[in-house]
Design a protein around this ligand. Structure first.
Ligand code: NAD
Length: 501
């Protein structure tokens, strides 16, 4: 069906807007266009922002109990219909259904966390800080908040933000990736069914025009962005100049450091899962395995054995790994594979030879494994965002950590070892935001916060957890005098800076 149009969502209804610009959405497993998504004009964006701005004050005054009841209802609806959403994700992203189910499950954790927000919104109170004077603090919603998300987790990444933002009393505008726009419209219908009032959850489809409208509008108080590093930096700078609070999560190049004492079967299983799951299109994918000492040959043999058992194909057919998201992206990743060969790395497995179980026009590229990769090669320096694993050989632990710390990204990292002392040293020394010890994809639970260091995050607030609650609220401290004048009479005129007594 090429006639489906993916709309915006405004005031709990589909909204077409006036822009005639459209972008095609393809099913990566067939290469066929499945729908077209609207690309907002600035006028469309202003209409969505205005609706959110109208809704925000009333929603912020709804009692926290009533807000959470709606979030809880949303959680119940979503938990009961996970498979439906997973199928939408697979049809536009290409990842296999089980992986898409996992994506929704991890997003649901944030919804569940947001159901506990009354506890996190509690202020503090101090009695008699001075004679007859009390102090208390509170946190209030920001108003309208913008969320701009990437193609690779069409459901989970926006869910890092909007459950908390909504529970905290904000109105939300989500700008999904134009490559995978349908999941958010499905989610919007669910919020409506859960009873969320008009204008509190809105979806603005589009490209740079829509993004810039959010970055520039004085009615949008914060921006939560997830995507590639150059765009994250652009979003951070432009939104900051416009006075907004911004958290802009960028790209990654995640290393797995393997010490000679590690369990090599665990290492091989973990490397395959973390490098080739979701066809490597995860910001927490492992793309570099750093082998310390003389273990590389053994690891490479074990990885190659395992890769030989993987079935690449249509994500709806029970395969292990799906296609890449678009033809352009597949071609870009294939060009990196060629660049690796040209630079002198050893292609142990070349994914360009893959025979996929799917459509002839699907965007296929199989798992690719390079050995003897050096830090000057583009397959090492660049975020490829595909199923390409590079093995770098080093002599010592220190050499491995220096390599990781010299990398401009700092999203995730993993250490494989059976030595607790080495693990403790690694945690102290490595300059990366999320660390796995014998865990290859260390995505934090919803009640911790998700975020990298260096070029993997612009801004100082990570996603979800307490940091997420703080991001979507702002604090007030109230100092009040409600005392009997006989106990605390006015001190009369006193122009010096007030002190407590
Ligand atoms: P992308 O940067 O191309 O797009 C992200 C969003 O920005 C999309 O909504 C897109 O429409 C918008 N956008 C694109 N170009 C723009 C421009 N010139 N001006 C304004 N907005 C623009 O990223 P992608 O390809 O969709 O996603 C993959 C990237 O996301 C990878 O780099 C990956 O590492 C990163 N990512 C990071 C995390 C993290 O937590 N750090 C999580 C997921 C994905």
């Amino acid at each position: 069906m090429t006639s489906d149009v993916v709309d915006h969502w405004l005031n709990n209804k589909r909204f077409a807007g006036t822009s005639e610009r459209m972008s095609e959405v393809t099913n990566p497993a067939t290469g066929k266009v499945s729908s077209v998504v609207r690309l907002a004009s600035d006028a469309d964006a202003q209409q969505v922002i205005a609706a959110a701005a109208d809704a925000a004050p009333a929603w912020g005054r709804v009692s926290v109990s009533a807000r959470v009841r709606i979030v809880f209802k949303f959680r119940e609806l979503l938990a009961g219909r996970t498979r439906e959403l997973a199928e939408i994700i697979t049809s536009e992203h290409g990842k296999v259904i089980e992986d898409a189910m996992g994506e929704v499950a991890r997003g649901l954790e944030v919804v569940e966390f947001a159901c506990g927000i009354p506890h996190l919104l509690k202020g503090s109170f101090s009695e008699s800080v001075s004679t007859g004077i009390n102090v208390h603090s509170k946190r209030q919603p920001l108003g309208v908040v913008g969320i701009i998300s990437p193609f690779n987790f069409p459901a989970m990444v926006p869910m890092w933000f909007y459950p908390i933002a909504i529970a905290a009393g904000n109105a939300v505008i989500v700008k999904p990736s134009e490559k995978a726009p349908t999941a958010l419209i499905w989610i919007a219908e669910l919020w409506k069914e859960a009873g969320l009032p008009d204008g509190v959850f809105n979806v603005l489809q589009g490209d740079k025009v829509a993004v810039d409208a959010l970055l520039d509008s004085p009615d949008v108080k914060s921006i939560s962005f997830v995507g590639s590093t150059p765009i994250a930096q652009y979003v951070y700078e432009r939104a900051s100049v416009n006075g907004k609070r911004v958290q802009a999560l960028g790209g990654a190049k995640n290393h797995m450091l393997v010490l000679p004492d590690a369990d090599m079967d665990l290492v091989a299983d973990s490397a395959v899962n973390a490098a080739f799951g979701s066809a490597g299109e995860r910001c927490m994918a492992i793309s570099v395995l750093v082998a310390v000492g003389s273990i590389a040959d053994d690891i490479i043999a074990k990885i190659a054995d395992r890769v030989a058992t993987l079935r690449v194909g249509d994500g709806t057919l029970g395969c292990d790994m799906g296609p890449l998201v678009t033809k352009e992206h597949r071609d870009k990743v294939a060009a990196y594979v060629q660049a690796g060969v040209d630079a002198g790395a050893t292609a142990v497995i070349d994914g360009r030879d893959v025979r996929a179980d799917g459509g002839d026009d699907g965007f296929w590229l199989g798992p690719t494994l390079f050995d003897h990769v050096t830090p000057d090669m583009s397959i090492y320096t660049d975020e490829i965002f595909g199923p390409v694993l590079s093995v770098v050989r080093v002599d010592t632990y220190n050499e491995g950590v220096e390599l990781i710390n010299a990398n401009p990204y700092g999203n995730g990292v993993a250490l494989f070892t059976t030595d607790g002392g080495a693990a403790r040293k690694f945690e102290l020394e490595v300059e990366v935001g999320m660390i796995g010890i014998n865990v290859p994809v260390p995505v934090p639970m919803a009640y911790y916060s998700f975020g990298g260091w260096k070029n993997s995050l612009f801004g100082d607030t990570h996603a979800h957890g307490v940091e997420g609650v703080n991001f979507f609220t702002r604090g007030k401290v109230i100092t009040s005098r409600w005392a009997d004048p006989a106990v605390a009479p006015s001190r009369g005129l006193e122009l010096a800076f007030p002190t407590m007594e």
